[in-house]
Design a protein around this ligand. Structure first.
Ligand code: ADP
Length: 661
């Protein structure tokens, strides 16, 4: 090839190579630029350092994290620049350099140039040179300060929750212990009350009884006044004792409510008979209006209804100076439910609106002058309100100061076909009122009483009634007497309940037909039941009035006569209430369980059984409430709140029934 051509070709190649070199250079520059862009925009710190710790590279994030520029970092010794924690960093770096293995997720804390504490999570990767030697480490570190703060906070919150839980558990345990203590205290209170009832009623019995006897003696006018004052004060004291006992019993859930068929008109008549005289002697008009539409027989507890009405009528008379007191009884329907309303209307002092709710609280009167002027304890309405609740009803009040008040008792109207309720021997059959000083029977009574003055009082009453009385003080004497001289009735008035029960059982054993009447100061239903089981025919609670005693004796003496003619003995045994008390708690437990696991089908079955029990044992409130729940379940569209309310109401009622046994 001629030289000239060779030169031209070489020149061309040189030019071409130059061109390629330029392109390569440009690509290299572009790559380097890309690398720096990426290197600096990665949101993590990246450090290259050699085996001695000299910083070869650091990205912008790393520089910013320590508060310096990249230029200020590169070429400096990392360990000298950041002496805080340098030793640890060096150890870790050396571990990677020596092993050639990376180290991931190392948590590290450091302090920035402007003194801020930061936390990082670092990965260390060996940095290999072209000879395959580890020349240093590349560190990728992510700032997790915020994340760590959140985690720490979470941790702290968890610790606080744990602590709160511990405190809660301790509080629950304390509450349990307190509840147990309260229950024990309540039991002690009830026992104390039962005891006090005994202690207080016994002397009251003697005071009232002797005052009654004294009244019939030849007294001067002055002496008569004294005796009347004794009678009035004793009867006030007795009312107070009874109110306090009733209130305590209700509070302890131990008041027994017995729903039996009865006539509202009769209850109102009895109350009117008791109050009319007092009202008229104050110059007040006294009226009773009983609508003929009130059902002849309803199921309620007549004794408690009478107590509520008596309280309202008593207040109406007490707080009215002129005008009238009107008692109205009529049926009404509200929310599809039939009810009976008893309005007690007066034209008395009335009650300020802001006091109207307060007077239903215990020991509360409308103002402080009331007690001075009218007397009273402020317990009557509190008892009435609670009693009405137990009867399934409520009390309402409308009043205008200076004009008068209307208190209303609203009672659910439970009407059921008359059933053959077995006569409760502790409640003697009512006998038409005669002159109560003449019992109208003859007979021999064996009076067993060890504690004066009762034998004197009771024997005096019995003798005045023309009965032949033999007083003995021990069971042994009683048995000896019965063996020698048969008696028509035994009256046990022993103070100790245990002793009296034992005596009743032994005497019943001795003679199956002999009527046994017990006088006791323990008014509890349980004690009455125990006497019944022991074999007594009737239980009278102290203080026993003469008419009450005579009525009972008459009833038994005549029963005895009738039995001897017809050859029959006592009425057939009915189902015992004990059967109800046995089944009720477990059945209610099942109801609650079914409700809790939303098993409405079985719930309806159990509710049906409650309806049946209510009907069988003459508990119409139970039957009615259970039937309502059953109907709601059958309808299928009951709201959850309403369902819960009905189950709770039923549960409370069952508890009340079993507690009141
Ligand atoms: P007490 O009559 O023993 O004070 P109650 O609980 O029966 O207790 O009544 C509470 C209070 O309610 C009474 O003290 C009185 O202030 C007020 N009160 C009750 N009935 C009437 C009424 N018919 N007229 C005016 N105030 C009444």
């Amino acid at each position: 090839m001629p030289l000239e051509e060779l030169l031209r070709e070489t020149h061309q190649k040189w030019i071409q190579s130059l061109e390629e070199q330029k392109q390569l250079q440009a690509r290299l520059e572009r790559l380097e630029k890309d690398f720096h862009t990426i290197f600096d925009s990665v949101p993590a710190m990246i450090w290259y350092r050699d085996r001695q710790g000299t910083i070869l590279r650091a990205n912008r994030c790393a520089a910013e994290s320590v508060g310096l520029s990249v230029e200020e970092l590169v070429g400096k010794n990392y360990y000298e620049l950041f002496p805080d924690g340098a030793q640890k960093a060096l150890e870790k770096d050396m571990q990677v350099i020596v092993s050639g293995q990376p180290l991931y997720k190392q948590l590290r804390k450091y302090v920035t140039a402007d003194n801020r504490v930061r936390w990082v999570l670092a990965d260390r990767i060996p940095y290999w040179d072209e000879n395959g030697e580890v020349a240093g480490v590349i560190v990728f570190a992510q700032d997790i300060t915020e994340q760590k703060a959140a985690e720490d906070e979470l941790h702290l919150a968890n610790r606080r929750i744990e602590q709160a839980n511990r405190q809660l558990r301790a509080a629950a345990e304390r509450a349990r212990i307190l509840a147990e203590e309260a229950a024990a205290a309540n039991r002690a209170k009830s026992e104390f009350l039962a005891h006090m009832s005994h202690e207080l009623r016994t002397p009251m019995n003697a005071i009232l009884g002797f005052a009654e006897i004294l009244q019939e003696e030849n007294l001067s006018e002055e002496q008569r006044q004294y005796v009347q004052t004794i009678q009035r004060s004793a009867s006030n004291l007795l009312t107070l004792i009874n109110e306090i006992l009733d209130f305590s019993k209700i509070e302890a859930g131990r008041l027994h409510i017995e729903m039996v068929p009865c006539s509202c008109a009769d209850v109102v008549r009895e109350v009117a008979e008791l109050m009319e005289h007092t009202a008229r002697s104050k110059g007040l008009e006294f009226q009773v209006e009983c609508s003929p539409e009130v059902p002849g027989v309803v199921y309620t507890d007549p004794m408690r209804l009478r107590q509520c009405l008596l309280n309202l009528v008593g207040n109406a008379v007490k707080f009215t100076e002129k005008g009238r007191v009107l008692v109205r009884v009529y049926p009404e329907t509200a929310a599809g439910q039939k009810r009976i309303r008893f309005d007690v209307q007066d034209t008395g002092i009335g009650i300020e609106p802001e006091k109207q709710a307060l007077i239903f609280e215990s020991f509360t009167q409308a103002d402080s002058s009331i007690c001075r002027k009218y007397g009273g304890t402020g317990l009557g309405l509190a008892i009435t309100r609670r009693l009405m609740g137990l009867l399934g009803g409520h009390i309402e009040l409308a009043s205008q100061p200076g004009k008068g008040s209307t208190f209303s008792l609203i009672l659910p109207c439970f009407v059921e076909p008359m059933q053959n309720t077995a006569a409760d021997p502790s409640v003697p059959a009512p006998v038409p009122q005669e002159d109560d000083r003449h019992i109208g029977c003859i007979g021999r009574i064996l009076l067993l009483d060890s504690d004066p003055p009762n034998p004197i009082h009771a024997s005096l009453l019995l003798r005045r009634a023309g009965l032949d009385v033999c007083v003995v003080q021990t069971l042994r004497e009683a048995l000896a007497e019965l063996k020698q001289n048969p008696c028509n009735l035994v009256l046990i008035a022993l103070q100790k309940v245990q002793e009296a029960r034992k005596a009743a059982a032994k005497l019943r054993n001795f003679d199956e037909q002999l009527p046994i009447v017990v006088i006791t100061s323990d008014a509890s239903r349980k004690t009455a039941e125990q006497f019944k089981i022991a074999g007594s025919n009737a239980v009278l609670v102290e203080p026993v009035s003469r008419s009450q005693l005579y009525e009972t004796l008459r009833s038994f003496l005549s029963v005895q006569a009738a039995a001897s003619v017809s050859g029959e003995t006592s009425s057939p045994e009915s189902e015992s209430p004990e059967d109800l008390y046995e089944v009720l708690p477990s059945l209610m437990e099942q109801v609650r369980e079914c409700y809790a696991r939303s098993d409405y089908e079985t719930l309806a079955e159990h509710t049906g059984r409650l309806v049946e029990l209510g009907r069988r044992f003459h508990r119409p409130v139970l039957a009615e409430k259970a039937a309502r729940l059953q109907k709601s379940l059958a309808g299928g569209s009951i709201q959850p709140d309403e369902l819960q309310k009905q189950v709770e109401e039923l549960s409370d009622l069952c508890l009340q029934i079993t507690l009141g046994r």
